[in-house]
Design a protein around this ligand. Structure first.
Ligand SMILES: Nc1ccn([C@@H]2O[C@H](COP(=O)(O)OP(=O)(O)OP(=O)(O)O)[C@@H](O)[C@H]2O)c(=O)n1
Ligand SMILES: C[C@](O)(CO)[C@H](O)COP(=O)(O)O
Length: 371
């Protein structure tokens, strides 16, 4: 059983405007048609092009067929090119539908096991009105469908149907129906939109970004012991206290936990790996250096911070009066809005090392999303 995907891309995209025909314009950095072809990977693919677009199409490395002045003419050109090649089924798809989910393609293919033709569609969920500037009536929308592609057929049947058709059909299902072929409806998908108007590019890009979104969560934990001193650094704020925190750097336990949470989300180790305590260069270092580095790594990897949450665990100093300043300091270092930075504190009910005031612990979580 040989199934071939015919991707029709010979139109001029006049409604979309923008100079280059819509299928050659970029969507998230790649031509629309490159996304469409990728959706059919694993199948033999034929791309139907306008002769003027050959220089754009050749680098894609797929089989090319030159189309005609109408969509139906372009489809027929591909069908004729496949004649005598032992092709049993074809999936005819608009290049202008780059977001077709694999599940839709699979449903069409599966339905062809028991039918001559199969095509995806969606029910009409909005009311349908008649009229111009004013509503003059409402259409009955029961049994109405919004047609999508790929439209799949037994090869011989659809070739014969196209050869017999007088022209002017909206799609291949119309051609098939005119030849008396039965076409099964399978479930389509909202993301399988056809890029038709200028605003559709932004909509398709947003959908693509949502589909490819990478969400990363990381956590961090740190502890520093109390020693002599008259202040502690916590989340970038100098807090007066009867003792100080000991450490190789300025011992900002909250900032260290947050830095590790970001490294953790990136799966890039921890502070110790990036700034080894054995390296005297970092002796007494201000901890914003570490947090800035983690934030730079985050941005370089194409992520942004969705939110972060730091909890300081200590009996004293009391954190509440400083929490807002800490949020602002962390947000400033990270280059983000303080609204996505949380700093809070808890005691450990006088239990354990924090309860005995031997040191301060901090835990942090960070959520990163692809930018
Ligand atoms: N002569 C044609 C006309 C259309 N198509 C393809 O058929 C699909 C659906 O058509 P449509 O969205 O109408 O594309 P265009 O005809 O390019 O758009 P417009 O009508 O705005 O010019 C598109 O992938 C288009 O490239 C084709 O291969 N050959
Ligand atoms: C083939 C099609 O995409 C199915 O919905 C549609 O018929 C193409 O219509 P257009 O008028 O060429 O935009």
């Amino acid at each position: 059983m040989t199934t071939v995907a015919i991707i029709v891309a010979a139109g001029r995209g006049t409604r979309a405007g923008g100079g280059l025909p819509k299928q050659w314009r970029p969507l998230n950095g790649r031509p629309v048609v490159a996304h469409t072809l990728e959706a059919f990977r694993g199948l033999r693919r034929i791309l139907v092009i306008h002769p003027d677009d050959r220089p754009l199409a050749e680098p894609l490395g797929v089989e090319l067929v030159e189309g005609a002045g109408s969509r139906a003419g372009s489809v027929l050109a591909a069908l004729r090119a496949l004649e005598g090649q032992d092709v049993t089924r074809v999936l005819i798809h608009d290049a202008a539908r780059p977001l077709v989910p694999r599940a839709v393609i699979d449903r069409v293919v599966a339905a062809l096991d028991g039918a001559v033709g199969a095509a995806p569609a969606l029910t009409v969920t909005d009311a349908l009105w008649r009229g111009a500037a004013h509503v003059t009536g409402t259409e009955d929308r029961t049994a109405l469908w919004r047609a999508q592609t790929p439209q799949g057929f037994r090869f011989d049947a659809i070739l014969a149907a196209h050869l017999a058709h007088p022209g002017g059909a909206a799609d291949d299902v119309e051609v098939a129906r005119a030849a008396g072929l039965d076409v099964v409806i399978v479930e389509g998908d909202d993301s399988n939109m056809k890029v038709t108007w200028p605003a559709d590019f932004a909509r398709a890009e947003a959908m693509l970004k949502g589909r490819n979104m990478d969400i990363r969560m990381g956590n961090g934990y740190d502890v520093h012991r109390f020693g002599a001193g008259d202040h502690v650094w916590l989340c970038g704020v100098k807090v007066p206290h009867g003792r100080g925190l000991q450490g190789h750097s300025d011992a900002d336990v909250g900032m260290h936990a947050l830095t590790d949470a970001i490294y953790g989300a990136l799966a890039e180790g921890d502070i110790g790996q990036h700034f080894p305590p054995s390296d005297m260069k970092w002796k007494g270092a201000e901890s914003h250096i570490f947090l800035r580095h983690a934030a730079e790594r985050m941005r370089a990897r194409g992520f942004r911070l969705s939110n972060c949450d730091v909890t300081l665990i200590c009996e004293r100093p009391k954190i509440g009066p400083h929490a807002e300043a800490m949020r602002a300091a962390l947000a400033d270092i990270l280059g983000v809005d303080p609204g996505i930075v949380s700093v809070k504190a808890t005691t450990s009910e006088r239990l354990g090392f924090t309860g005995r005031e031997e040191g301060i612990a901090a835990v942090a979580t960070a959520l990163l999303v692809s930018a």
